[in-house]
Design a protein around this ligand. Structure first.
Ligand SMILES: Cc1cc2nc3c(=O)[nH]c(=O)nc-3n(C[C@H](O)[C@H](O)[C@H](O)COP(=O)(O)OP(=O)(O)OC[C@H]3O[C@@H](n4cnc5c(N)ncnc54)[C@H](O)[C@@H]3O)c2cc1C
Ligand code: SF4
Length: 527
């Protein structure tokens, strides 16, 4: 049965982009509808069960996408209220100032954004405050200027990580507390009685059973829904967007929900489905006026897919590593260059602590490689690292649809030399400070066991820019080709830098939110 409902704003997707935008617009009093294909992530013991989360992939989307040769794979995406932030590691870093300009890499050029760090800075500050980012200004030598200190102190290191930090410093490096979005109040390294987060080992890649993680549902969607002008429909899969005969306005949002097709309409339609699904939705919505897909006269929709060159490693320490909450340290000393190389290498962060169950899930590879180590012993002695380097936006790294409407993801890895060198740098440092001299790859984190399935940091498929010939969105993230269509998720990225993407997605949602409030003649959240 078709329903016909008109809103002032429809936001499709409730993750880092859509959820943050909803929060910002909610106080305006405008009628806002959130359409989310998932439901609420169930709160249950399995949220913190490494086997359920990493080995059985309990919370991952069950759908299959295809690689460029037509082979199916299961992408690392989760469809819930809050989107992928329900499981993210909440490392919330700003792009560096230089990341907004053109940066030369060994593998090519990382293109300039149409806006600068200065344009984003006020929104970074707001997003950090909103998402309870705990950090320390000035500790990371590569960070840009900030208009305010962090509102929350850095998450404290446990003794083994403090020791690692001291070792890094002794060698002349500049480790810094990893900025984390977390609802933690602590004293002497212990969560206070009224802290939502209890500093458990399940921070990174797990959902939080006690809502201690600053995710988009907890921080933005739930508070937005306290406003009577905001509605949320879950299990509402947006199939396609229809336009007026001129093609200039989206006039209908076609939703599949509980087996029925429903239609909604709005003055402004915002797509925030995540970079791959947003591109897919625009491509699915092709019509006579937009034969290559909506907003795609430039033919860039779906192209320039990026997702970082990244890897997870564990180093085996001679001493046990009893750390519970390990993800507190990062190093950017090789972000733009190293002493022996003129190109960017990337960022080093700590990972959540390896657990014996996770290793058992990866066992076959390990068993061949290091049969002499018991997996539990390794987990007890491991120190775990996340290495992240920039991949470059290539037009042939892209999302398309096959004739059945299935998502096809074509990727050719690029700019890998910097990443290899980053790993070598970390290995050299760890050897110098007496850790085991081999870094062992961790496969299950972020779907690294199937490289193409590692879609956690997906970005860039509906890029913004000033030239309608080379970008799909203008600088306000409005489609060049349409008057009422916006895209406010990771799709708008022109390049991906080597820091985690979410803070930039959130800051941009607040920035676009200000533009939309102006357009609607309204005021919204002013925090
Ligand atoms: C394990 C893991 C760890 C991560 N760690 C970090 C980290 O430490 N720091 C960081 O910055 N980033 C991290 N990320 C990445 C981060 O989660 C994403 O960059 C971010 O969530 C992307 O925001 P988005 O708004 O683009 O999309 P999402 O957050 O994915 O939101 C998209 C939403 O749209 C919905 N949707 C999709 N298609 C449709 C449709 N057709 N109809 C209706 N709804 C739809 C989805 O269900 C989802 O809710 C991590 C990701 C993962 C998976
Ligand atoms: S560390 Fe804190 S935020 Fe993370 S899962 Fe545990 S309680 Fe939740």
């Amino acid at each position: 049965m078709a329903t016909d409902k008109h809103y002032e704003v429809i936001i499709i997707g409730t993750g880092a982009g859509g959820g943050t935008l909803a929060y910002h617009l909610a106080p305006s009093g405008k009628r806002i509808l959130l359409l989310e294909r998932g439901g609420y992530l169930p709160r249950e013991k399995d949220n913190w069960d490494a086997r359920a989360v990493f080995v059985e992939s309990k919370y991952r989307a069950k759908e299959a996408w295809l690689d460029k040769d037509g082979n199916p794979f299961h992408p690392g995406v989760q469809y819930y209220v809050g989107g992928n932030t329900k499981v993210y590691g909440a490392a919330l870093l700003r792009f560096r100032e230089r990341d907004f300009g053109e940066v030369g890499h060994h593998g090519g050029v990382s293109p300039a954004w149409p806006l600068s760090y200065t344009d984003f800075e006020p929104y970074y500050t707001k997003a950090e405050r909103l998402y309870h980012v705990h950090g320390q200004r000035g500790a990371d030598p590569t960070e840009g200027p900030a208009s305010a200190p962090y509102s929350y102190p850095p998450v404290s290191h446990e003794p083994r990580i403090q020791e690692l930090c001291d070792d890094f410093r002794r060698l002349g490096h500049h480790p810094f507390p990893l900025p984390l979005g977390i609802l933690l109040d602590e004293e002497d390294g212990k969560a206070l009685h009224n802290s939502a987060c209890v500093r458990c080992p399940a921070f990174d890649g797990f959902p939080c059973l006690v809502n201690g993680k600053a995710d988009a549902q907890v921080i933005c969607v739930d508070p937005a829904l306290e406003h009577s002008n905001v509605e949320l429909l879950t299990a509402a899969y947006v199939e396609r967007l229809e336009t007026s005969p001129s093609g200039r306005e989206v006039t209908k949002v076609i939703v599949r929900r509980k087996g029925a097709v429903e239609e909604y309409a709005a003055d402004i339609v915002v797509v925030a489905c995540g970079a791959i699904n947003s591109a897919a939705l625009l491509l699915r919505s092709a019509n006579g006026k937009h034969p290559g897909g909506l907003a795609n006269s430039s033919d860039v929709v779906g192209r320039h897919y990026m997702r970082h060159n990244c890897s997870a490693f564990m180093a085996i320490s001679r001493d046990p590593n009893p750390t519970v909450f390990q993800k507190t340290l990062a190093l950017n000393d090789f972000y733009f260059r190293s002493d022996d190389w003129e190109y960017p290498l990337g960022e080093i962060q700590m990972l959540g602590k390896t657990d014996g169950e996770m290793l058992k899930g990866e066992a076959p590879g390990w068993a061949i490689w290091k049969p002499e180590f018991a997996l539990d012993f390794m987990a007890e002695h491991s120190i775990d690292f996340w290495l992240q380097s920039e991949d470059l936006p290539h037009p042939d790294n892209r999302v398309t649809l096959n004739p059945h409407g299935q998502i096809v993801l074509s990727i050719q890895e690029n700019n890998l030399e910097g990443h290899q060198r980053l790993k070598a740098k970390l290995e050299a440092i760890l050897t110098e400070i007496g850790l085991h001299d081999v870094l062992m790859p961790r496969a299950l984190y972020l779907g690294k066991n199937i490289p193409i399935g590692g879609t956690a940091h997906q970005a860039g498929t509906v890029r913004f820019g000033r030239d309608p010939k080379t970008s799909a969105l203008d600088v306000n993230c409005k489609a060049h080709d349409l008057d009422n269509l916006y895209v406010v998720d990771a799709s708008f990225f022109v390049s991906i830098a080597a820091v985690n993407p979410s803070l930039t997605i959130m800051a941009n949602a607040l920035r676009v939110g200000d533009h939309l409030l102006d357009r609607l003649g309204a005021t919204g959240d002013s925090k």
